[in-house]
Each structure stands twice: as structure tokens, then as C-alpha cells.
Design a protein around this ligand. Structure first.
Ligand code: HAM
Length: 442
């Protein structure tokens, strides 16, 4: 097979046989978010480039090296979203959601695009589940979003994952810290990568999350922001820790977390696992109290996180966590001849209306290949219809799990009888009392 093109590097197809893993995590994340009072928001895949430059920050790796920027109609510049927070805040402002009372809580499941060096757990198109809470400065809210992320991970069954927290202060404490960093890095200015050489003047904190080995090595002994926090920021961080303790959430203070996006203030956090290789940060987030104002809105504190769904799924797979079972066909109706095929079609419609998963022959094949297909798709029951069955109105239902066969009438009783056979198969092995409890039958 000579395909004319292949998928772009760093992108993946989610094939049907893998989709159930995605359905599992999408169900867990949306149900958990909704239980915490978060409502779904859907935003465009691309935004004005300026939105990301202003919010994520012009000296970040994301903006400087990783954006997929396209021009449309030769006029404006648009960028495929590298993350979900900026677009979500733009949408919150543009749709007047701030007028609907505080706090506003939204969640999203979306694809993101970053032109990064590809490795396991690091793609160019990836998916995030994110939550954003707007309109509260309280450290209770910080603990709440962290507990939401933790609940998702717990419900996914993920273990060996560590919560790291830090505070990166407000612009007031940041000014002092920047001075200290400049002094520190200036001593080895010539060794920094080209981009960090420029960052030294504009935004020395970004040197700390540069991916180049030499910058990481030099940054190891850099001053820590946590030693430069103002009283308010320190108090906020202490309160957050008290709240986490009340919630029984274990954490580690990691003074090295600075996060790779410029909008963060005060609390930052990451959930990290060592079970999936170097790219072990499954979830990252924090406060961004200045972002809404920066985007032209009123001064409004906010915070949130995003979880990489590929990384979550890889972790779940590596740790043998459970995924929802794929739905399988309840009944395959095989048929021989036109009259039987018409009956198969009519019965299928009838059963589907009642909520059953039913298939019949769409290829006009003989009985043998139809039976093979039924087996391949894992049909629970198979029924063969031919001239004889149509004439007598009697057919046989074959249970594919144990090969047993039962008679079934093709009249008005068919749906009920099929339903009974399916329930009996589902509850095989349970005692009668349990069956009547689950099936609602006396
Ligand atoms: P982020 O740390 O850039 O934060 O990304 C969040 C998560 O997305 C990461 O922890 C990781 O699991 C996943 N991720 C990031 N880049 C890749 C990649 N190239 N391939 C696979 N997975 C990746 C943000 O995006 C912020 N918007 C999070 C946030 C929301 N902060 C406040 N609210």
C-alpha cells in the first residue's frame, strides 16, 4: 500500500478499538467536574495570535518556538490553541459570563497544538481536560481545584502520583526575585542558550523552564521564588496548605516549580508520576489573578488546571487501571433470501427502538460469512432467518457464549422474549434474588 501521505509527526489517530479508553476518561473527567459544579464550555480551535502572545507570554517557549500560526485570506494571523486557558478567559469575557455571579466554574475537553520535540508523552497535537474557576482569591478555591484534579486521578485508578505545590508570588514579590535571578544568571550569561540570553533582560524566570540541557544545569542553583514571597502571598500559600491538610490531600512543596506560561501568580501545582517516563507531569495548573485584566476585563482573580489526556491514558494503561468495556452487539440477525432479509431489517428497527444493539447483513453474503462476522464483532446472540422461519414464525436464538439455543417466536412477543434471554445471560451465575433485584422483575 503506497499512501500518498501519512499523519503529521506528533499526531495520533484514535482508532475505534482504542476509543473506549477515551470514552472512559472523558466520562470520568466530565462527571467529576460536574459534581464539583463546573459546567462545560466549548471554544474555537484557533484564536487571534495576539491572545496567546499577551496571555501565555512572548518570552515563553510556547509562544517563541511552538505555536502553529496560520494566516487566512492573507490578512490576519490566527494560531491553533496551544492551551485552553487563554481562549476560555476570552470566551468568559466576551460572553458576559462574569455577570452571572462568582465564582464561575467551567471545564473543557479540547485538543491543543504545540510544535515541540516529539517523545513519549509529548506530542504536537494533544488533548487536555481543563477546569477554570473565576472570581475568587480565597485559598479555599486553590484547594478545591486541586482536590478536583485529585478526584479525577483517583477515580481513574491512578497510583504513584505526587502532588507538588509552590507559590510564585505576585508582581510585587516577583520584582525582587527577578533582580536576584538576573544577578545569578548574568555570571554565566555566555553559556545560556541564545533564547535565554535574550530572556535574561526581559523575563529571567523563563530561563528556569528552558528545555535546553545547559540552561537547566545552570539553573539548578538559582535563587528560589519561595524565598522572596511578600507577606500576603506567604499567608495565601500557608492557608492553601492548611486547606489541603483538612481535605486529607498529601502534597510536597517543590520550590522549583515555576510553570512554563507567564500568566501564573501565587499558587502553582503539578501532579507528577514516574511511571510513564520523562514526561511525567499528568496535570498542571495554578492561579492567574492578573490574566483577565490583562485581556481587557475587570480585575478578577482566577485559577485552574489542565490534565493531559494522553498522559493520563498512558499512566492508566501502564498501571493496569480499568477502562469501561466496549459496547458489543446484543444480537446479529443472519438471513438467507429476500423475505428473510426484509424481516431481519424490520426486527432490527424494532429492537433498536427499544435500545438494543443489533446488526444484520449489509453485504448480502451467505450464512457462513455472516456467522463469522457475528463472531468477529462479539455478538452475544445470533438468530438465523430463512424461508422456513418466515413461514412458521419460529426461529432459534443462539447464545454465542455457551452455544445453547432457545426457540423464539417472531411475533409481538419477540422483543420481550429477546430481552429476557439477554437479561438471563447477563445475570448468569448470580442467584435468583440478585437477578430480580437488578432486572426489576418480581
Ligand atoms: P501545561 O502545563 O502547559 O498547562 O499543560 C497542562 C498539561 O497538558 C500538562 O501537564 C501535560 O499533561 C499536558 N501537555 C502539555 N503539553 C503536552 C504535549 N506536548 N503533549 C502531551 N501532553 C501535553 C496549561 O496548558 C495550562 N493552560 C493549564 C492551566 C489551566 N492553568 C490554569 N488553568
Amino acid at each position: 500500500m503506497a499512501l500518498i501521505t501519512k499523519r503529521p509527526k506528533g499526531t495520533f489517530d484514535i482508532v475505534p478499538s482504542e476509543a473506549y479508553r477515551w470514552h472512559t476518561v472523558e466520562k470520568i473527567v466530565s462527571e467529576t467536574a460536574e459534581q464539583y459544579g463546573f459546567r462545560e464550555i466549548r471554544i474555537p480551535t484557533f484564536e487571534d495570535t495576539g491572545l496567546f502572545v499577551r496571555s501565555v507570554g512572548e518570552t515563553t517557549d510556547v509562544v517563541q518556538k511552538e505555536m502553529y500560526t496560520v494566516s487566512a485570506g492573507g490578512k490576519s494571523n490566527f494560531t491553533l490553541r496551544p492551551e485552553g486557558t487563554a481562549g476560555t478567559m476570552r470566551a468568559v469575557l466576551e460572553n458576559g459570563i462574569l455577570n452571572e455571579g462568582f465564582p464561575q466554574k467551567v471545564y473543557y475537553i479540547l485538543s491543543c497544538f504545540r510544535h515541540e520535540n516529539v517523545q513519549k508523552g509529548r506530542q504536537r497535537e494533544f488533548h487536555q481536560f481543563g477546569c477554570e474557576m473565576v472570581g475568587t482569591e480565597s485559598p479555599r478555591a486553590d484547594a478545591e481545584v486541586i482536590s478536583l484534579a485529585k478526584s479525577v486521578l483517583d477515580r481513574a485508578g491512578v497510583r504513584n502520583i505526587e502532588l507538588n505545590i509552590n507559590s510564585i508570588g505576585c508582581p510585587k514579590c516577583r520584582a525582587e526575585y527577578h533582580k536576584a535571578l538576573k544577578e545569578f544568571f548574568s555570571a554565566r550569561k555566555d553559556e545560556l542558550c541564545h533564547t535565554c540570553g535574550e530572556r535574561l533582560e526581559k523575563n529571567p524566570m523563563r530561563i528556569l523552564d528552558c528545555k535546553s540541557e545547559i540552561c537547566q544545569e545552570i539553573g539548578k542553583d538559582a535563587p528560589l521564588i519561595i524565598d522572596y514571597l511578600c507577606d500576603d502571598c506567604r499567608e495565601h500559600f500557608e492557608q492553601l496548605q492548611k486547606n489541603l491538610q483538612v481535605m486529607g490531600i498529601e502534597y510536597k512543596i517543590n520550590p522549583k516549580i515555576v510553570r512554563g506560561l507567564d500568566y501564573y501568580t501565587r499558587t502553582v501545582f503539578e501532579f507528577v508520576t514516574t511511571d510513564i517516563g520523562a514526561q511525567g507531569t499528568v496535570c498542571g495548573g495554578g492561579r492567574y489573578d492578573g490574566l483577565i485584566e490583562q485581556l481587557g476585563g475587570p480585575k478578577t482573580p482566577a485559577l485552574g488546571f489542565a490534565m493531559g489526556l494522553e498522559r493520563l491514558i498512558i499512566t492508566m494503561k501502564n498501571q493496569g487501571c480499568d477502562f469501561m468495556e466496549e459496547k458489543t452487539c446484543d444480537l446479529y440477525i443472519a438471513s438467507m433470501g429476500e423475505a428473510a432479509a426484509a424481516k431481519a431489517m424490520a426486527l432490527t428497527m424494532q429492537l433498536r427502538d427499544e435500545g438494543f444493539f443489533v446488526e444484520y447483513d449489509l453485504v448480502e453474503r451467505g450464512i457462513k460469512p455472516q456467522m463469522k462476522y457475528a463472531d468477529k464483532i462479539g455478538a452475544k446472540f445470533v438468530m438465523v432467518l430463512g424461508d422456513n422461519e418466515i413461514e412458521t414464525g419460529d426461529a432459534r436464538l443462539k447464545n454465542m457464549a455457551d452455544g445453547s439455543q432457545t426457540d423464539i417466536k417472531l411475533d409481538d412477543s419477540f422483543t420481550d422474549n429477546f430481552s429476557n434471554a439477554l437479561v438471563a445471560e447477563m445475570f448468569k451465575g448470580l442467584d435468583d434474588e440478585m437477578v430480580s433485584l437488578f432486572s426489576g422483575k418480581e
